[in-house]
Design a binder for this molecule. Structure first.
Ligand SMILES: Cc1cc2nc3c(=O)[nH]c(=O)nc-3n(C[C@H](O)[C@H](O)[C@H](O)COP(=O)(O)OP(=O)(O)OC[C@H]3O[C@@H](n4cnc5c(N)ncnc54)[C@H](O)[C@@H]3O)c2cc1C
Length: 604
């Protein structure tokens, strides 16, 4: 195991200097918090993660969650995560004081969960999903349901899950078939199967509160007929005790990664005695889920970022200790008399490490930016400002979920390569990060589905207003960067990229205007890569401008080396990553169509 898994200085730099958390703290909702109290909270989370999460990371992979006697057995640290997490407020941190929460900004929640994810990504999901399920109940369910379920969830005594997926309904939720039959007492009789349910059952919670998407008998077909239900594993009865609610754990999926984070197959109503309680109004289930989706997608981007970060630290540590080969002399020849050099001195290894760094730190900046937009849209009182941040969040959210997931997996693969043969062996941790991160482009909407959301929905939102707002944000950064000689070249490049992107978008939107939606969305995934790479170039230019400003003004909170390193990383991104968009722009504007029709051998 590596010695360290996060860089707290970079995290605090991004929070306070680049993304101005202090400005967010000006809002009334956060008036009890200041930098000092929030740093104490972060320090306590780091201490908890060092002690209770990181040391068990490898062990949880080697002894995975597994099905036994109708339930799932998980590692004992799940108990610690749930109970101590509950006590520390990790489940309730962003909720209102009235709901038992701490009213922390989303930025701070993201930062604290990022530390936990980097320490051991098999554990925080148990509390994260419990928080997500509680959030849905708090926002949309009746007071009675809130009183019955939420307090035990926030304390970590009861687990929470999100039950959307069914064998025939994965990416397409309009095919959800779980049935809900109205009963005289106002409850519903539930009947159906849900698969791939994370945290669905284990020995350390006395109850599970499943938030289930289902169709009330006679409801319209498609997404409009889907409702949301609370379906507990054990239902509370009049005397306050719990009775079995006919929820069966059918199986546990054995996976290539995140093996300590159980994934269950649940059956509802096998014996005809499973009760569900409607959340909010009938047929509004998907709408409620989607209102909570932004938080869930930030969480997925954050988790992938955290794994890429931990992998970067592990690769870096190895590269500084592993001797291999000799440096090339100026003649181009190696001197065998010379002692071996450390692999960190080989330019190709440095390239891989810098690639890991720009993806991990760039992704962290992106998820914190999304969290900032989230906080501002939730707390600002000025309606037009609120709407501005809401639109910005909507536009970037598919990229926030996808870039850290796809490129994080690429970064970890490069990190494994840094270790050579040892990277492939279980004695070293990189292979585990490589397996763990692979799920991120799949759950919470695959890359393909997110890409269609970005191009097909978000780009056209309010006649392109969201895109216009994002372009304005990028242009502001370009203007700031232009003030510094050392950054002018990069600012100009980003400006040119924005012009190129406008042409690419105009070309693609042309298909939508002609009503050819299949063609419009056929290359949505390359478009996602294209726009995300440009967005990350902006993220890096912003970080470098901030660093340059600190160096020039002398208002420094960190060492000179720290700021120089951020500027160096930005240059790396512009040299090695941004130019890839040129090829993608060509692909996206090419008239040849190869994926819709024409191929006989593969597609027949
Ligand atoms: C470890 C794990 C944990 C999970 N946790 C949960 C959970 O807690 N709760 C829950 O409800 N679900 C959970 N899921 C389910 C997850 O969200 C789904 O696996 C995911 O949405 C994809 O659905 P699917 O597996 O049915 O794949 P499919 O939908 O069959 O997709 C297969 C491929 O086809 C592509 N595709 C599908 N439709 C389209 C389309 N219209 N256009 C273009 N491409 C398309 C996809 O992008 C993908 O590449 C989990 C899954 C896993 C593996």
């Amino acid at each position: 195991m590596a010695k360290e898994y996060v860089d707290i200085s970079t995290l605090k730099y991004l929070l306070y200097d680049v993304h101005q958390l202090d400005e967010v703290l000006q809002q009334d909702r956060f008036s009890d918090h200041d930098r000092e109290s929030l740093n104490l909270f972060l320090d306590s989370v780091k201490e908890f993660s060092d002690r209770e999460l990181f040391p068990y990371f490898k062990e949880m992979d080697e002894h995975p969650a597994h099905y036994k006697d109708g339930g799932v057995e998980v590692h004992k640290q799940v108990d610690v995560m749930m109970k101590q997490g509950g006590e520390m407020g990790l489940i309730s941190s962003v909720f209102d004081y009235d709901e038992g929460g701490l009213q922390l900004p989303m930025m701070m929640y993201t930062a604290s969960a990022f530390i936990q994810d980097a320490a051991n990504n098999h554990l925080p999901g148990y509390v994260g999903l419990t928080m997500g399920a509680a959030e849905l109940i708090i926002h949309f369910a009746s007071q009675e349901l809130k009183d019955t379920f939420v307090p035990k969830m926030l304390s970590g005594d009861w687990g929470g899950t999100m039950c959307l997926t069914e064998p025939q309904a994965g990416s397409s939720l309009s095919d959800v078939a779980t049935k809900a039959i109205p009963q005289e007492d106002g409850s519903y009789k539930m009947l159906g199967q849900k698969i791939f349910i994370s945290g669905g059952d284990h020995q350390y919670a006395e109850n599970f509160v499943h938030l289930v998407l289902a169709r009330i008998e006679g409801a319209p077909a498609g997404t409009k007929g889907i409702s949301l239900f609370i379906v507990p594993k054990n239902r509370p009865v009049a005397d306050g005790s719990l009775v079995s609610n006919d929820v069966t754990t059918v199986a546990d999926f054995q996976k290539m990664g995140q093996r300590g984070y159980c994934t269950t197959h649940l059956g509802f109503g096998d014996k005809g005695d499973c009760r569900g309680y409607l959340v909010g109004e009938a047929h509004q289930g998907l709408k409620y889920m989607f209102l909570m989706m932004n938080g869930a997608r930030i969480a997925v981007g954050r988790g992938a970022t955290a794994i890429a970060t931990a992998a970067y630290h592990a690769s870096l540590e190895y590269a500084k200790e592993r001797p291999q080969g000799r440096k090339l002399a100026s003649t181009g020849k190696k001197n065998p008399e010379q002692g071996q050099t450390l692999i960190i001195n080989h330019p190709d290894v440095r390239r891989m490490l810098l690639l890991q760094k720009v993806i991990a730190e760039g992704s962290l900046s992106l998820v914190l930016l999304a969290s900032r937009y989230y906080d501002l849209k939730e707390t600002l009182t000025d309606q037009s400002e609120k709407e501005k941040y809401s639109l910005l969040l909507e536009l970037i959210i598919p990229m926030v979920k996808t870039y850290p997931s796809d490129m994080g997996a690429h970064a970890v693969s490069n990190g494994l390569q840094v270790l050579g043969g040892y990277g492939f062996c279980t004695d070293f941790i990189l292979q585990q990060y490589h397996r763990d991160i692979r799920i991120f482009p799949i759950y919470e909407g695959t890359t393909g589905i997110q890409s269609q959301d970005l191009l097909g929905r978000k780009l056209l939102l309010e006649d392109g207003k969201a895109l216009q707002l994002l372009t304005e944000q990028m242009t502001q950064t370009i203007q700031s960067a232009l003030q510094y000689d050392g950054l002018k070249k990069y600012a100009a490049t980003l400006g040119e990229k924005l012009q190129e992107a406008a042409k690419v978008i105009q070309h693609l939107v042309g298909f939508a205007k002609k009503g050819d939606y299949e063609r419009f969305l056929s290359d949505a995934t390359p478009f996602m890569e294209y726009l995300s790479t440009i967005t990350l170039a902006w993220i890096w230019l912003d970080m470098a401008t901030n660093a340059k400003q600190a160096l020039v003004t002398g208002k420094k909170s960190y060492t000179e080396e720290f700021y120089e390193s951020k500027i160096h990383a930005m240059k790396f991104f512009f040299k090695y990553e941004l130019p890839k968009t040129l090829g993608l722009a060509e692909v996206l504007q090419d008239d040849e169509v190869l994926t819709i029709a024409g191929e006989k051998e593969v597609f027949n």
